[in-house]
Design a protein around this ligand. Structure first.
Ligand code: DC
Length: 218
């Protein structure tokens, strides 16, 4: 049995950066499950599949080869889509993809399969609750909405993406709402077993060390 570190958390909380660094330090495989949903959003758009054609969406995922590298690159059927899956168009489409229940069930199989090949740090919204409810190590990474909005706004400026702080904040609030109120399976939830990490108060280094300490201690 391989080790699994399961991480959930809010959008823009820095959970991806933290998960990637924890994986690097422990020499585990880093799995960004959000990127997997983004691949489905991209491919369905390219293949003109509409979001209400659920069977087609599910088949698309079943036949898709998604490869994630430890430095955060994403390959869809061998093609590097790391940048393409992060456009505004995909940002808008992916929450609707993530609300398709049968698709989430196929994701579950794929994600569980990924943890049969190596130790993993897997990060998303339902990893601690739905994908690996029995994982030994579970974390919930968060930061206040104002801190997340401020950080995302600065990242946008650096990337040359035009936005206002208010827009960024509203967008994050909408994403939180969708993730937490998905009235089917896979909603983002706080549970007593998760270790809560406040990545607003912490620096990246502090959050990573908090996780490593727990993983080493238990
Ligand atoms: O973390 P992200 O923004 O790349 O996630 C993309 C979308 O997928 C977002 O709408 C949340 C959703 N998601 C999910 O429903 N379950 C996961 N395990 C990971 C992401």
């Amino acid at each position: 049995m391989y080790n699994i570190i399961a991480i959930d958390g809010t959008s823009g909380s820095g959970k991806g950066t933290i998960a990637k660094e924890v994986a690097r330090r422990l020499n585990y495989t880093y799995i960004d499950t959000g990127a997997m949903y983004r691949c489905v959003a991209l491919k369905s758009l390219e293949d003109n599949i509409s979001l209400d054609e659920e069977d087609k969406m599910v088949n698309l995922l079943k036949n898709m080869d998604i490869r994630l590298t430890n430095d955060g690159k994403v390959y869809l059927d061998g093609r590097d889509v790391s940048t393409e899956i992060r456009t505004e168009e995909i940002n808008d489409r992916v929450p609707k993809v993530a609300n398709i229940v049968p698709l989430r069930l196929v994701m579950k199989d794929k994600q569980r399969e990924m943890a049969t090949k190596s130790d993993v740090v897997m990060e998303g919204r339902d990893i601690t609750t739905h994908i690996f409810p029995d994982a030994k190590y579970k974390f919930y990474i968060d930061a206040s909405i104002d801190i997340r909005a401020e950080r995302r706004y600065k990242q946008n400026l650096e990337k040359g993406i035009e936005s206002t702080l208010e827009e960024v904040k509203k967008n994050l609030e909408e994403r939180d709402y969708n993730d937490m109120n998905r009235n089917t399976i896979g909603a983002l939830k706080r549970t007593p077993e998760q270790h809560y990490i406040d990545n607003g108060k912490n620096t990246l280094e502090e959050s990573v060390n908090e996780i490593l300490k727990i993983v080493g201690e238990e």
